[in-house]
Design a protein around this ligand. Structure first.
Ligand SMILES: Cc1cc2nc3c(=O)[nH]c(=O)nc-3n(C[C@H](O)[C@H](O)[C@H](O)COP(=O)(O)OP(=O)(O)OC[C@H]3O[C@@H](n4cnc5c(N)ncnc54)[C@H](O)[C@@H]3O)c2cc1C
Length: 380
């Protein structure tokens, strides 16, 4: 029996999304990679077609759907071999902070735009000297009356250039306990004192923009705070499980795409007059690759089911994040060995997959940090 059961509504959603990707994304994906950006209009097209933020409640313009819709979006996006239109980051990582922790006024103000694609979001935690050690962040947020004044900088922020709205983590310097000092605030692009840095040039994810963000006496209303003052660290911990699961989903799906492509390549490519798959060495390599991809997908599907039942799966999600991201990069490397020189060309999707899968072990918490979390919760 399938672990994840799709209703008729899920199936129809997937069918419409696949047609949308074939029509609107696939033909342009190579150009976005070369341009190192996705046209802004694409976010609106995707939102207006109903594929952004499927979990947002209907009263704010969303579908009010379950997490299976997010998995379907990740699945279909993985078929496009591009990472720039980072729907999962927006819909499954950043917007959930607003859905879960924003005041009613903020939800009414921002969620409809997040769903329609008029508002692109980012989450800014990492700083030049604080990523794994989040509690060591130095960006300050000082609340005085109705206003909070923010000073500091963030780095490696995905959607950093294209974002309209940032979920920003900053600390109150007057609070001694570094965990209880952190709060989250919504900061709009264009707010005086908030500047975006240049787009960082990365080894992969070329169409996805990553940037530094700078805050210099940037003032926003205290009402833009998410949750209680000093509660930010706990809100981050609450949402990081879904972020890491989304990362594991992306990695497991990338593995599937890599093995599908490689099996097909080896079937249709002849060496010495025979298809590559007639070689036992190639057969064994492909069987091993498919096995790893299937194990990854099965593990991730089980975790999606558990996550939807609100089970505490922090250990398993940490394991899935490091295992699926390590495996997918190994599979991309193995695929390149089997494909040979064609794999070194930009027009072969494996060249991109090899670069793009490498960085997955770093973001959403490094794989070393994932092992540390698992060890801690296992009582080791
Ligand atoms: C492409 C990309 C996109 C990103 N997007 C975002 C984003 O949108 N928002 C955001 O806030 N951040 C983002 N990040 C930042 C990312 O989450 C951090 O880079 C990551 O968490 C590592 O933190 P760090 O940079 O401080 O590295 P460090 O923590 O300095 O890590 C350096 C090395 O030390 C290891 N290490 C650190 N601590 C330990 C430990 N306790 N035990 C064992 N090993 C350890 C790490 O595993 C790593 O190998 C992104 C990063 C990349 C590369």
């Amino acid at each position: 029996m399938e672990i994840l059961q799709y209703s008729e509504a899920h199936k129809q959603f997937q069918k419409r999304l696949r047609a949308f990707c074939d029509r609107e994304i696939q033909p342009q994906a190579d150009r976005w990679e070369q341009d190192h950006q996705v046209p802004r209009e694409m976010w609106r097209k995707m939102g207006q077609a109903g594929f952004l933020c499927p979990s947002v409640e209907k009263q704010y313009g969303g579908l009010g759907g379950d997490f299976l819709y997010s998995f379907i979006v990740a699945d279909e996006m993985s078929r496009t071999w591009q990472t720039g239109l980072a729907a999962s980051l927006h819909s499954d990582v950043v917007v959930p902070y607003i859905e879960a922790f924003a005041s009613e006024d903020l939800k009414r103000k921002y969620l409809p735009g997040c769903v329609s694609g008029d508002i692109v979001t980012a989450v800014a935690m990492t700083e030049p000297a604080a990523g794994s050690d989040l509690a060591g962040m130095q960006t300050t947020a000082v609340e005085t009356g109705d206003t909070v004044t923010i000073n500091g900088s963030k780095t490696f922020i995905s959607n950093g250039v294209s974002c309209d709205l940032v979920v920003l983590a900053a600390k109150d310097p007057a609070v001694a306990d570094k965990h209880q000092a952190v709060s989250l605030y919504l900061v709009e692009a264009g707010t005086p004192g908030f500047k975006k840095g240049r787009q960082l040039e990365k080894m992969g994810w070329h169409s996805q923009d990553t940037a530094e963000l700078f805050f210099s006496d940037c003032c926003v209303p205290v009402a833009n705070r998410l949750g209680a003052h000093g509660g930010g660290f706990f809100l981050l911990m609450d949402k990081l499980q879904q972020e890491r699961l989304a990362c594991a989903m992306g990695a497991a799906l990338a593995s599937e795409r890599i093995v599908e492509y490689t099996v097909d390549f080896c079937k249709r490519t002849k060496v010495s007059g025979k298809p590559l798959v007639r070689s036992q060495a190639v057969q064994f390599a492909l069987v091993e690759m498919v096995a790893e991809a299937r194990i990854g997908r099965t593990f991730v599907e089980k975790l999606i089911a558990d996550h939807m039942e609100k089970k505490n799966i922090v250990v398993e999600v940490s394991m899935a994040k490091f295992w699926t991201t390590d495996v997918t990069h190994r599979l991309a490397a193995r695929a390149l060995d089997l494909i040979g020189p064609f794999g070194s060309l930009e027009k072969c999707p494996m060249a991109r997959a090899f670069r793009d899968t490498r960085v997955m072990s770093i973001f959403a918490g490094t794989n070393e940090i994932m092992k540390g979390i698992a060890a801690k919760f296992m009582g080791l």
